[in-house]
Design a protein around this ligand. Structure first.
Ligand code: NAG
Ligand code: NAG
Ligand code: NAG
Ligand code: NAG
Ligand code: NAG
Ligand code: NAG
Ligand code: NAG
Ligand code: NAG
Length: 638
């Protein structure tokens, strides 16, 4: 049966898809991957989960955003204030955690995604750490391809900061060579390519056409198993207008689609944003990219074009990167825009052989395919169904929910391990489950996970818990130095901190056992200014690998400039770092005390264990308390 005959059947009886088998073996689906979110436990920083930003060019009702990812709900289960308009089903995670990177790969594979395009800046940029890690993790789950979406404007910004923009040509050239040697390092096919030519996706907005021409003229050392790369430019920055393509067409080998345009001015009913896009714009965008792609192939100015489909967009999570606030709803008057984009490519028999999905995980712009509290697994199910159809393979959505289960069990096993349970066997068994997911043996993988679930449940049933609540001051947690008092609360300012020390008896309990701990306090800002209240602890933990990495924290006053005022990752003494701007309001803070980070050995300033510090203003603090659930294992359930 031909594809065409089945098309009408497909949308009425989707189960017919299982019998489809058209030959589209060369078609590929890649998802864009960001790598700037971290956790205190894994990295000593929240990375981009925390942020203060102002959308300077916006006229929306709210333009200033403060996200304090450290804050937990009263029951400790949810983070109250992360920098995203969607909440991840797995909660905040670290993009540098190898287990999480493995989860991402498994999750992508279950949705028929062939690889990731990692948003990458340059060798010295934090994204390079993640790139190297994910290349190594992907080895475990071949076939899975890793390529880059080269955000070369980050390179420009870095050179601008160093007053070294005259080095753009040599730096870009050096980094392009690095990509060839790192990402495209092997003769077996583990990266996006067309025949022997690796694909480098260029986001644009950094290098100029004149500079790029010089880079091409210098030439790159091509490994003997490869042909020279194909440079694929983002339609947005290279081909959206005739003028752009006249400039770039001779230099680029192709174009790729991105997130549909959001350029419509909002009606009064949508005051949270400045611009939005609807179903008509989404279709129109796909038409524009398709006709540019097909046109440049026809007239020989490109060798390749890539279509796109994007699940939605809302950039309030990054305050529009300092610019304007834009919105692409997931549903427009009941129609899923993501489905509509896939249908556009499938029903119109798009000539593109590569489809790019922006994005897998960009929580800042809420464009994620990953499962969220608000939308569940919807975007992943859509991806699996349409990608199967588009590639002419059988749909099998039974794997879509397995990777989150796998990841949660991995974390449960790690917790049992820290509690002194011998997890050798169960840790080995769960490796089989990930292999089964990776191979697409979903029924076997589900059985495997079910067996691990039973085993871990049984081990958890043999844990006992002692609860400790320490209201400060208390014999177990007391002030090293008498605090300044004002209005019955503790005064905290830039010259006067609060220093708390834990008793040796309590320290020993925490050092010899596993626990889940939280610190709670109330605070009020006294000044009318943007300031922070921070808590530091004693720690023995030093950052490993790439030491301090700057992550953006605040937007500048200039329109459209990226975020400055970096926060350093790798400082494991930080318990929380809470930004505030509104004075005169009491806030309640509930933040985690991570066993892996805190030493409880009185080595924080003034021989303390917890040190409250005000940065740039004065605060009142009251009702400080610590709560610990201390876990013991009775040796049963093995
Ligand atoms: C889709 O397009 C391809 C070429 O791009 C062609 O070979 C194929 O026959 C078309 N299929 C349908 C159903 O139109
Ligand atoms: C760059 O140049 C500006 C203006 O000349 C100067 O203020 C700044 O300190 C320089 N920055 C560096 C990193 O050299
Ligand atoms: C599509 O292209 C036309 C003509 O260049 C342009 O006016 C329009 O804004 C574009 N629409 C979208 C949604 O990109
Ligand atoms: C080739 O096609 C592109 C995209 O349709 C168009 O912008 C460009 O002007 C064309 N170039 C020539 C030389 O016809
Ligand atoms: C197919 O393309 C046409 C013309 O570009 C467009 O009007 C139509 O909506 C597309 N079909 C789907 C299902 O999106
Ligand atoms: C268990 O804990 C030990 C000691 O902390 C560690 O070396 C090991 O990697 C852990 N194993 C797992 C599977 O988490
Ligand atoms: C943990 O269990 C494995 C077998 O499951 C055993 O080989 C190992 O010796 C045990 N480790 C400890 C520290 O008891
Ligand atoms: C902090 O408060 C103390 C007590 O009121 C005061 O003496 C000190 O000057 C304050 N420091 C600053 C920087 O305001």
């Amino acid at each position: 049966m031909s594809c065409a005959k089945l098309l009408s059947v497909f949308f009425t009886f989707t189960f017919f898809i299982k019998s489809l088998n058209c030959n589209h073996g060369n078609r590929k689906v890649y998802a864009d991957l960001t790598t700037n979110r971290l956790t205190r436990e894994h990295d000593g920083s929240n990375g981009m989960w925390s942020l203060h930003g102002v959308a300077h060019a916006s006229h929306a009702t709210k333009t200033e955003f403060i996200f304090n990812a450290d804050l937990l709900s009263e029951d400790g289960r949810n983070h109250l204030n992360i920098a995203s308009m969607v909440y991840p089903m797995l909660g905040p995670t670290s993009d540098l955690d190898e287990e999480y990177l493995e989860y991402l790969i498994l999750q992508a594979k279950t949705a028929k995604i062939d690889g990731f395009l990692v948003e990458w800046g340059f060798r010295e940029h934090p994204s390079n750490v993640a790139l190297e890690k994910i290349i190594a993790v992907a080895e475990k789950h071949r076939p899975f391809e890793i390529g880059v979406n080269w955000c070369n404007h980050w390179l420009l910004q870095w050179l601008e900061q160093k007053n070294a923009t005259d080095q753009m040509v040599s730096e870009f050239h050096k980094n392009a060579q690095y990509l060839l040697d790192t990402v495209f390092y092997t003769s077996s096919k583990r990266f996006p390519s067309v025949s022997l030519r690796p694909l480098i996706f260029l986001f644009g907005g950094g290098i100029t056409s004149e500079q790029f021409r010089k880079v091409l003229a210098i030439g790159l050392k091509i490994p003997y198993w490869l042909d020279p790369p194909l440079w694929i430019g983002n339609y947005l920055n290279f081909a959206e207008t005739e003028e752009l393509w006249a400039e770039w067409g001779p230099l680029m080998d192709g174009i790729f689609g991105w997130i549909p345009s959001r350029t419509r001015v909002v009606p009064p009913s949508m005051p949270q944003w400045d611009y939005y896009g609807n179903l008509v714009d989404t279709t129109r965008y796909q038409q524009n990219v398709s006709s540019a792609g097909e046109g440049c192939i026809r007239n020989g100015t490109c060798q390749l074009w890539c279509a796109s489909a994007s699940p939605g967009f809302d950039n309030r999570g990054c305050a529009g990167w300092g610019g304007t606030l834009k919105y692409l709803p997931r549903k427009w008057q009941g129609t899923s825009l993501y489905n509509a984009q896939w249908k556009y490519h499938v029903l119109n028999n798009s000539s593109a052989n590569i489809l790019i999905l922006p994005t897998m995980n960009d929580y800042s712009e809420a464009s994620v395919l990953l499962p969220t509290k608000q939308y569940g697994f919807e975007a992943l199910y859509t991806t699996e169904l349409f990608a199967s159809f588009w590639k002419g393979s059988q749909s099998n959505s039974a794997g879509v929910t397995l990777p989150t289960w796998w990841f949660s069990l991995k974390k449960s096993i790690a917790f049992l391990n820290q509690t002194g349970v011998n997890i050798t066997k169960v840790a080995a068994q769960i490796e089989d489950c990930s292999t089964k997911i990776s191979l697409g043996s979903y029924a076997a993988a589900a059985n495997c996970l079910e067996a691990i679930q039973l085993k871990t449940d049984m081990l958890y049933a043999h844990l006992t818990v002692d609860d400790f609540t320490l209201e400060v001051p208390n014999g177990k947690m007391y002030f090293v130095k008498p605090p300044l008092m004002k209005f019955g609360a503790y005064l905290l300012n830039t010259t006067h901190g609060l220093y708390l020390r834990m008793s040796d008896v309590m320290s020993r309990v925490l050092l010899t056992n596993n626990y889940v701990g939280v610190l709670q306090f109330d605070y009020i800002l006294l000044d009318n200014a943007f300031t922070r209240i921070q808590v530091y602890s004693s720690t023995k933990r030093k950052s490993t690998g790439v030491v301090f990495m700057p992550f953006p924290r605040q937007t500048t006053n200039e329109q459209y400039t990226e975020i400055i005022d970096s926060v350093e990752a790798g400082n494991f003494a930080v318990v929380c770092d809470l930004m505030n701007k509104v004075p005169g309001v009491w806030h309640h803070a509930n933040v985690r005390l991570y066993k892996s980070n805190i030493a409880w050995d009185h080595t924080a300033p003034l021989d303390s264990d917890l040190h409250f510090k005000a940065v740039g203003g004065s605060y009142l603090v009251k009702r400080i308390s610590l709560e610990f659930h201390v876990y013991h294992y009775d040796g049963g359930g093995k």
